[in-house]
Design a protein around this ligand. Structure first.
Ligand code: G3P
Length: 223
């Protein structure tokens, strides 16, 4: 399962990349807004992200009109070979995707909330679909249930579009995504860190370190 980081904060991307876990990045206008608080321009933010990461970096269009989406998508993709364009799952978005497929610009269809939307996005050539599981949980639904449904539909028709689980809020979302065979998950930095941690790991390590001091009082490995 590919792990993407869901942020436009370059420091977070660099730190998470140091752990060797990051296969790509996803951003959206709200995440750019947070990264832009210190006055950094949109172009500087995205250029730095595209340089920092080898894998796909999703950058979102900011129009609801298909012609403008296409225009913006071309500009965004020109920023880097690894730039994937996020297009919202709307009728205008579908129109834009049809043209972007011809232009061979990779698309991540965003704001997916049911499996039929994911089917339509795949038919129009999306490289990724982003179902927002946390936002479905927010309204009392089981967001992860649609991942199983999308996977089943894609398997039925041998669809190659990758299921990128988004709006991830906790490690259980990630666990369920892995059990369901999601192709990728995009995860906020604080949740990525939580994946690695367990109190019994900390407790065990602390015991090993204190026992080792009884063998080697300065704590070194005497070799
Ligand atoms: O990348 C988009 C998605 O992950 C948004 O998450 O937490 O704002 O619902 P959230």
């Amino acid at each position: 399962m590919k792990i993407f980081i869901d942020t436009a904060n370059v420091e977070e991307i660099k730190e998470a990349s140091d752990y060797g876990l990051i296969d790509g990045v996803t951003t959206n206008p709200s995440l750019i807004m947070k990264a832009n608080k210190d006055g950094k321009s949109f172009k500087n933010i995205v250029s730095e992200i595209l340089k920092t990461v080898n894998g796909p970096v999703s950058l979102e269009v900011v129009s609801e009109n298909s012609n403008e989406m296409i225009e913006q998508a071309v500009k965004l993709h020109n920023l880097g070979d690894n730039a994937v364009v996020k297009i919202p799952m709307t009728l205008e978005g579908l129109k834009a995707m049809k043209t972007l497929k011809k232009k061979e610009i990779p698309v991540n269809t965003t704001l997916i909330f049911n499996p039929l939307q994911a089917l339509l996005a795949a038919k129009n050539g999306a490289m990724f679909v982003s179902p927002f599981v946390g936002r479905l949980d927010d309204i009392g639904e089981d967001g992860m249930a649609i991942i199983n449904q999308i996977k089943a539909i894609y398997t039925n028709y041998n669809i190659k579009t990758e299921v990128l689980v988004a709006s991830v809020r906790n490690p259980v979302h990630v666990l369920r995504a892995a059990l369901m065979g999601a192709d990728a998950v995009t995860i906020p930095y604080d949740v990525i860190k939580k994946l690695a941690l367990h109190p019994k790991t900390d407790e065990g390590l602390s015991k090993f370190m204190s026992d080792w001091k009884k063998v080697s009082p300065d704590g070194t490995l005497p070799l």
